[in-house]
Design a protein around this ligand. Structure first.
Ligand SMILES: Nc1nc2c(ncn2[C@@H]2O[C@H](COP(=O)(O)OP(=O)(O)OP(=O)(O)O)[C@@H](O)[C@H]2O)c(=O)[nH]1
Ligand SMILES: [Mg+2]
Ligand SMILES: [Zn+2]
Length: 223
């Protein structure tokens, strides 16, 4: 028993992932392509927000989208039909997150040439997508009002790895016990530099502010 070898598989895989993510980030920086990793729980409103947001962003930026799901192509079709931007669908064969290798393959398939911005809609999951650096410059995390303002307490890693936070479905706030100020405080404790955007993607409230912020991030990055 004394000579039993113990191999920390998860750590080595994650270290490997970090190196790949860093090299993808470097490559995209050289190309001037900003990369956003959009993460949230299933059904929180990622695709709905993306459609609204991209229709604003595409006036100023050349945008491409990677939709990731375990299976199905509905979201990629929705984005393509509703925005007309370059879109591909990734299937993860059962994995509930994307790592830097899968993301690099996705970006290579999409083709980053001629784009200013690539947005990845990650798999709906508040847990393991936060564990894997995808090489993104912005980790955009959505928390929707019906999920509750306690989610930063229950899924702290996601709210630590995110840097920009959208509270969506704000049009439903009167029927749920969701306190925006409480949610902000809980996130700021984990993440003092967090930026917040309360929106209703459906009613088109607050999405202009988010779009302007993203445009300014991309322009600064490309300087
Ligand atoms: N009231 C309201 N409903 C919304 C809003 N945004 C999205 N929804 C609804 O929420 C449901 C899920 O929206 P999606 O955009 O498909 O969510 P998603 O996060 O992309 O879902 P998955 O990709 O399956 O994880 C749909 O019924 C939307 O119409 C919003 O701002 N307000
Ligand atoms: Mg979706
Ligand atoms: Zn996973």
């Amino acid at each position: 028993m004394e000579n039993m070898r113990i191999i920390k598989v998860k750590q080595s895989v994650l270290a490997n992932n970090d190196a790949r993510a860093e090299s993808l980030r470097q490559h995209l920086k050289e190309k001037g392509v900003y990369f956003i990793n959009l993460m949230s729980s299933p059904g929180s409103g990622k695709t709905t927000l993306l459609v609204n947001l991209i229709n604003k962003l595409k006036k100023e930026l050349r945008v491409g989208v990677i939709e990731a799901d375990m299976d199905a192509v509905v979201d990629a079709h929705t984005i393509e039909d509703a925005t007309g931007v370059r879109t591909i669908q990734l299937h993860t064969s059962g994995e509930c997150h994307l790592d830097a290798k899968m993301t690099s393959e996705g970006i290579a398939c999409l083709g980053e040439e001629g784009l200013d911005l690539v947005i990845l809609e990650n798999i709906g999951n508040l847990v393991c997508p936060a564990e894997f650096d995808t090489g993104a410059t912005m980790n955009l995390v959505i928390l929707s009002v019906p999920e509750g303002d306690d989610k930063p307490l229950k899924y702290p890693l996601m709210f630590t790895k995110g840097n920009t936070f959208v509270f969506t479905k704000m049009d439903t706030v009167s029927v749920f016990d969701f306190d925006v100020e409480v949610a902000k405080e809980r996130i700021l404790k984990l993440n003092p530099k967090a930026k917040f955007f309360p929106v209703s993607a459906k009613k088109d409230v607050g999405v202009d502010e988010l779009a302007s912020y993203i445009v300014s991030c991309v322009k600064n990055y490309q300087k």
